[in-house]
Design a protein around this ligand. Structure first.
Ligand code: GLU
Length: 474
């Protein structure tokens, strides 16, 4: 049974890279009828941010990424919060000390500082490795503060990552890292190994920044005599060619995107494609389709760049496909805030639905409906339609009496009236449609055509806007 885990540290917002890790872990588990576990890694007490754990729960819930075990729902392998598993870790570290795979270190800050090189980096010099048994016992008896360090053995360490392939490091490059800190809590480097083993995690999926530490973890698994999990390290998500997305810089958090009007389904779909390519050209996937199609072989080694334009496009596709009633339920309040006049808001919403990337674009798109903007007559000039101010004036003067005479004020009648004028003037459609559209909207673009707009405005407002156009052009 495949078991994956999402192991965030509650240190801030969930940026898109964090959520992508969770999604891939979820997909790998679900594609194999496995289990997806949530574990909160809060042993770095100094970095904890209040409320961050709730953000994690909420984000996973809104994104539809459901965990099978976790702090909030329990499970056979709990507790799922590392700080609550505290005593365990110390026992395991002591086991390694007994086996000669780890050792107590009593070096104080001053001594460690003195080891630092020009760049402030200190590789531990194994000073305490040579302490005698008596010295160690004496120190422990006197409550001298200590840490427990991993004793890295000589040789080379090789492992295979499913994405990055075979990796070998010379153990000389690895430091005798701290496993238990002086506060008695484990470091992340130790806790992740213990927990992944105890929680029977089969596939460790995480950011590629952990690749270089993985040999140390493997030496720990070996020291305990435990099986090493399958590793799937993911390429970083970048905000541009050179900078990584990071929660410390406040980059694109899931919450921000939701507030900017993106749909959770679209965000999830988009981030699935950030670093993974499906075997076909399909780009739009529901979560279920992702489970069916996701394959570790499609994960790329190269960094993925977070592209808001692509996300916006994808979001627009979701809006187009959405059932109208659902769309209206979600956006009615936005329309009603922007349009207080008694127009057919539903009809307006139908036109808007297929033309936006996010629902937050709605207010700007419909602002001309409530009142005609004070526009420049240059809007009447359209090269492709071959319109200019003079011909526009002629068109508006011609269409005004035609519109005044219409009794059945509906889209078809209005459209046919304009087509009659096209025939009478012996011009192309655009010569008539563009000036009318411009007079009605006062904007270079509008969410629907001239006749549709005229139908929404009703006869009185339409005539008023046409007259205003004539006045501006005269
Ligand atoms: N707590 C680590 C983080 O938030 C998790 C790394 C891992 O998945 O092993 O980056």
């Amino acid at each position: 049974m495949i078991r994956t885990r999402f192991a965030p540290s509650p240190t801030g917002y969930m940026h898109i890279g964090n959520l992508r890790t969770a999604l891939y872990e979820y997909l790998i588990a679900k594609a194999n009828n496995g289990k997806f576990i949530l574990r909160i890694e809060d042993t770095d007490q100094g970095r904890l941010v209040e409320g961050a754990t709730d953000v994690i729960y909420k984000t996973l819930e809104i994104a539809g990424i459901k965990h099978d075990e976790g702090p909030d729902i329990g499970g056979e392998y709990g507790p799922y919060i590392q700080s609550e598993r505290k005593n365990n870790y110390l026992d395991y570290a002591k086991e390694l000390v007994e086996k000669g795979e780890a050792y107590y270190c009593f070096c104080d800050k001053e001594r460690l500082d003195s080891l630092k090189d020009g760049e402030g980096i200190a590789k531990y010099d194994r000073h305490c490795l040579s302490l005698s048994k008596e010295e160690i016992e004496e120190n422990l008896k006197n409550n001298v503060p200590f840490v427990i360090r991993q004793k890295i053995k000589e040789g080379k360490t090789t492992f295979v990552d499913e994405v990055y392939g075979e990796i070998t490091v010379d153990n000389e490059e690895l430091e005798d890292q701290i496993l238990i800190k002086s506060d008695g809590l484990p470091t992340y480097n130790f806790a992740n190994v213990i927990d992944d083993h105890l929680m029977e995690i089969t596939h460790v999926v995480r950011g590629s920044e952990y690749l270089s530490s993985t040999p140390k973890y493997n030496l720990l698994y070996d020291a305990f005599g435990w099986n090493i999990p399958t590793y799937i390290h993911l390429p970083p998500v970048m905000k541009n060619q050179s900078e990584k997305l990071s929660k410390r810089n406040g980059d694109a958090s899931f919450q921000d995107l939701i507030e900017k009007g993106y749909l959770p389904e679209a965000i999830v779909n988009y981030i699935a494609l950030l670093g993974w390519s499906p075997s076909t050209n399909q780009e739009i996937f529901t979560l279920d389709e992702l489970i069916k199609n996701f394959d570790v072989k499609g994960i790329s080694k190269s960094p993925a760049i977070f592209d808001i334009v692509k996300l916006t496009w994808l979001n627009g596709e979701y809006l187009k496909k959405m059932d109208f009633d659902k769309f209206y339920e979600m956006t009615e309040h936005i329309f009603k805030k922007a349009i207080t006049k008694p127009y057919d808001i539903k009809k307006i919403a139908e036109h808007i639905k297929t033309r936006i990337g996010t629902i937050n674009e709605i207010p700007d798109m419909v602002d001309f409906i409530e009142s005609l903007p004070d526009y420049s007559t240059e809007l009447y000039i359209h090269k492709k339609m071959k319109t200019d101010e003079a011909i526009s004036l002629e068109v508006l003067e011609n269409i005004l009496p035609v519109f005044e005479a219409i009794e059945n004020w509906d889209n078809d009648t209005i459209y046919n009236a304009m087509m009659d004028l096209v025939a009478k003037m012996e011009v192309k459609n655009g010569i008539v449609l563009w000036p009318v559209r411009t007079a009605l909207s006062g904007k270079p673009t509008s969410p629907c055509g001239a006749s549709e707009m005229a139908e929404i405005f009703g006869k009185e407002e339409t005539l008023a806007r046409i007259k205003k156009g004539i006045e501006k052009l005269s």
